[in-house]
Design a protein around this ligand. Structure first.
Ligand code: ARG
Length: 462
């Protein structure tokens, strides 16, 4: 009978129960948070006169020995111990005797796991923001070299109006900035200590929750113990934040995949970050962005899974919540490696400026400029200008050329009011620079955006 809770039981638990019930094979990942949490708790118990100085010292020594064993790989994790909390406490008692048995005074595994897991999520939040910052810096560095690199801006994946590549990348910087905001926001909201909530209702012992919160680096102490031991909003938030981040990453990945196809050839991913085919010797495949796009799915899965676990749970702790960890661990690891590899893929890719420009010369990207010319210079109502421009596009199609290359004589034939100065309006580069309104694609406006992101990244707190 070696279970910690075996007092009221007369039969040994079934092997199958142990297998089904255990979390130790995955929650051992939280060993550091658990040991630090125990040291903070014991330190507080001693300050409050609940443990003696000697007892505290032997608890600290025992825990540091256990940490060493875990890190060296000699610690024996057994599913009969159920979870990491009991595995560590049991080993502590075997190392130091009675003082180990006192550690759990005024504490429950319910506030213990809530504390450990919350601290893991907060730590992961910071790691993700740090890597997001690196990614943003890399995207910014690439963008800075391409304010004059013209490419077709699209809607419906059809050529629409010319933009520059830096401007296109600034759209992704905007998404990543919102991601950073979301992570920072969640960090602030969830930086609250559950320790001392005990099982659900607090404890009769004279504890000091403010003190353990401070020792563990929390901003404050939670308000209501019943809520705190069953709250997993912090885990749901990081899953949602990662899901949104991965959604953004999947959109950029999709563009990298398209752009590296023969049909586009806007970019070439480096050999280091591409793969080959086992049968087709000529192939160079964009596996990195494809996998990034694919991995987005498993992160959404983790979010929906935990939302479903939490749905309809009565207060307070329920064993269902043990299912909170694996999805979060997986999503965090997915986010970390995704951010690292996307950064490298972008840093090492080659941008084919000429192909981007050539693509801008098909699809009559400056058609809107002709319509704007007719409105601005000839005083023609926009609807009519739209119609006249349609005629000009049809003429260019008939001639087999792009509207930006049409000879003035054809335009004059379509409408007398069109003067020769129209030619400058049809030029693709002028067309891009004409979109000079705030947030627009002109080189001047793009540089403002780059400067904004440069400052933003510089002032980030990680
Ligand atoms: N392994 C458990 C979990 O991860 C720890 C908390 C168990 N608490 C309990 N009252 N059985 O949720």
């Amino acid at each position: 009978m070696d279970k910690m809770w075996s007092g009221r039981f007369s039969a040994k638990s079934a092997k199958l129960l142990d297998q089904f019930n255990a979390s130790v094979m995955f929650d051992r990942k939280l060993y550091n948070e658990d040991i630090e949490g125990s040291i903070a708790h014991a330190t507080m118990l001693q300050k409050q006169g609940i443990l003696t100085k000697d007892e505290l010292q032997s608890i600290k020594d025992g825990l540091s020995q256990i940490k060493k064993e875990i890190e060296e790989g000699s610690f024996e994790w057994k599913i009969e111990d159920e979870d990491l909390h009991m595995a560590i406490e049991k080993r502590l008692t075997s190392l130091i005797g009675d003082a180990g048995k006192k550690l759990h005074t005024a504490r429950s595994r319910n506030d213990q796991v809530a504390t450990d897991f919350r601290r893991y999520v907060l730590k992961s939040n910071k790691e993700i923001v740090k890597l997001l910052k690196d990614l943003m810096q890399t995207v910014l560095d690439v963008a800075k070299n391409h304010t004059e690199t013209i490419m077709p801006g699209m809607t419906h994946l059809q050529h629409a109006q010319p933009v520059n590549f830096a401007y296109h990348l600034c759209a992704y910087l905007s998404m990543f900035k919102r991601d950073v905001n979301r992570f920072e926001d969640s960090y602030k909201r969830n930086n609250i200590s559950p320790l001392g909530c005990a099982a659900l209702a607090g404890t009769p012992h004279n504890i000091d929750r403010e003190y353990t919160a401070e020792l563990l680096g929390f901003d404050s102490v939670s308000i209501n113990c019943l809520d705190t031991v069953s709250d997993r909003d912090f885990a749901l938030e990081i899953l949602f934040n990662i899901s949104t981040l991965m959604m953004h990453i999947s959109r950029l990945s999709e563009e990298l995949i398209l752009w590296s196809s023969y049909e586009f050839k806007f970019i070439e991913l480096s050999d280091e970050y591409s793969t080959g085919s086992s049968i087709m010797p000529q192939k160079k495949n964009p596996d990195v962005p494809e996998l990034l796009r694919g991995k987005t799915g498993r992160v959404y899965g983790a979010l929906v899974s935990l939302l479903t676990v939490m749905k309809g749970l009565p207060l307070a702790y329920n064993k269902d919540t043990q299912e909170d960890k694996e999805g979060v661990f997986d999503a965090v690891e997915t986010a970390l490696i995704s951010l690292k590899i996307l950064k490298e893929a972008i840093k090492t890719m080659k941008v084919n400026e000429q192909n981007m420009f050539s693509a801008s010369k098909v699809g009559h990207l400056s058609a809107t400029d002709l319509a704007d010319y007719l409105v601005e210079k000839c005083g023609i109502p926009f609807r009519e200008a739209h119609f006249i421009t349609g005629k000009a596009v049809a003429k260019a199609e008939e001639l087999g050329i792009d509207l930006s290359d049409i000879d003035y004589k054809y335009l004059k034939e379509i409408d007398e009011r069109i003067k020769e100065d129209v030619i400058a309006y049809l030029d693709i580069k002028n067309s891009m620079n004409a979109r000079d309104s705030q947030g627009g694609t002109s080189v001047k406006r793009t540089k403002e955006q780059l400067e904004y992101f440069e400052n933003y990244i510089k002032n980030m707190e990680v």
